[in-house]
Design a protein around this ligand. Structure first.
Ligand code: PLP
Ligand code: TYF
Length: 399
């Protein structure tokens, strides 16, 4: 029956994790997938998550009943507050609908399905962007175009190119934006650039779709990392936000996230929520509860929230320290080129500027796994392997 089925290629990102696992070299490094590692290259489950989990497991008042289609109500309220802020007028006015989602990917998926049904427009995505964005948009039946974002000549944000390309989009187009810590480039807009972009969106009636997968990893401050979303919301835009707790709570496999839609008024919001439920029901009926319970406790209990903040700062500080360590090592080894971007880029990744050929040398000769576009996850670098990495980069660059 299925003999004609062709073998599909592995996911370019998750595939690097498999290749790393299969490699038996003692020097191997995992710089592919964006998942935090400690200084011993070990995954790091947040202590506060462990603590809350044991409370949940021992709480026999918690049952295993289905959640509603849109998930745990307390979670939705807490997630809304985290992203829009305590004083958001849109939230107070009841114009924001929120549904728990199967992490950021699931939120993107229901978001684009909803748009395909009720706002079928062309989508613009940054070049480059997270690879899965393209597939998710295509799955929903929408088409996308790219806007310039990255200038490879000086490894910086091409804001003028971005502005020009978006200004040429058809009025009413959907524009996908990374709320902060752009993946893969590590380059974000300044506050002033976000304001200029908002002016363009107003003028051309563009619809902003913010993907927020790294709140807490850009500036280290959850509020500042939500700047773009709060700016556009306060300016009165109707918009979508997809939110993931995979990275900032280390809940990768618990698949906890949220979908938010800011509407023009409360009545429209209620109608949209009823339709969103019709999108979700045939897909997965209702979401899993465990991650939502963990996130809700952490977000609503001030003591737990503080513990979370401390761990999140520790995690983001280690990433920043590794940026400095890598740059210093590259400079010390006199590797040709300017490596300043390693420390100026933000978030989990560095877009190194290495060519596909240089990446091949790192992978095949040094067992250092990274993406072919030169993206490295800073999380896989430690005080012990940074020297090995810098020496390997030197070899790849000079050979
Ligand atoms: N959006 C971006 C830009 C990402 O990098 C990721 C991956 O972490 C996601 C969304 C969704 O991730 P998840 O589905 O694990 O929350
Ligand atoms: O870009 C990354 O590495 C993260 C992790 O299908 C990720 O966003 C990668 C691929 C994927 C899900 C998560």
């Amino acid at each position: 029956l299925f003999e004609q089925v062709q073998l599909a290629p592995p996911d370019p990102i998750l595939g690097t994790a498999l290749a790393y696992k299969a490699d038996t070299s003692k020097d191997k490094m995992n710089l592919g997938v964006g998942a935090y590692r400690d200084d011993n290259e070990k995954p790091y489950p947040f202590k506060v998550v462990r603590k809350v989990e044991s409370q949940i497991v021992n709480d026999h008042s918690i049952d295993k009943e289905y959640l509603p289609i849109d998930g745990l109500a307390q979670f939705n309220a807490a997630a809304q507050q985290l992203i829009f802020g305590k004083d958001s007028s849109a939230v107070k006015e009841g114009r924001v609908i929120t549904s728990q989602a199967i992490s950021g990917t699931g939120a993107l998926r229901i978001g684009f399905e909803f748009l395909a049904k009720f706002y079928n427009r062309e989508v613009l995505v940054s070049n480059p962007t997270w690879g899965n964005h393209h597939d998710i948009i295509k799955c929903s039946g929408l088409n996308f175009k790219q806007y310039r974002y990255y200038n490879p000549k000086n490894m910086s944000l091409d804001f003028n190119g971005m502005f020009t390309d978006i200004s040429m989009a058809k009025p009413g187009s959907i524009v996908l934006l990374h709320a902060c810590a752009h993946n893969p480039t590590g380059l974000d807009l300044t506050e002033d650039q976000w304001k200029r972009l908002a002016g363009l969106f107003k003028q051309n009636r563009l619809f902003p779709f913010f993907d927020s997968a790294y709140q807490g990893f850009a500036t280290g401050d959850l509020n500042r990392d939500a700047y773009s979303i709060r700016l556009f919301t306060e300016l009165g835009f109707q918009l979508i936000v997809t939110q993931s707790f995979a990275k900032n709570m280390g809940l990768y496999s618990d698949r906890i996230g949220a979908f938010h839609l800011v509407c023009a008024n409360k009545e429209t919001a209620a109608k949209c929520l009823s339709q969103l439920k019709l999108v979700i029901r045939p897909m997965y009926s209702n979401p899993p509860a465990h991650g939502a319970r963990i996130a809700t406790k952490i977000l609503t209990d001030p003591a737990l929230y503080n513990e979370w903040m401390e761990e999140l700062s520790m995690v983001s500080k280690r990433i920043i320290d590794m940026r400095t360590a890598l740059k210093n090592e590259l400079v010390r080894l006199e590797v040709p080129g300017n490596w300043n971007h390693i420390v100026t880029q933000i978030g989990m990744f560095s877009y190194t500027g290495l060519t596909p050929e240089q990446c091949d040398i790192l992978i095949n000769k040094y067992h250092i796994y990274l993406l072919k576009n030169g993206r490295i996850s800073m999380c896989g670098i430690t005080t012990k392997n940074v020297g090995y990495l810098a020496a390997a980069i030197k070899d790849a660059v000079v050979s």
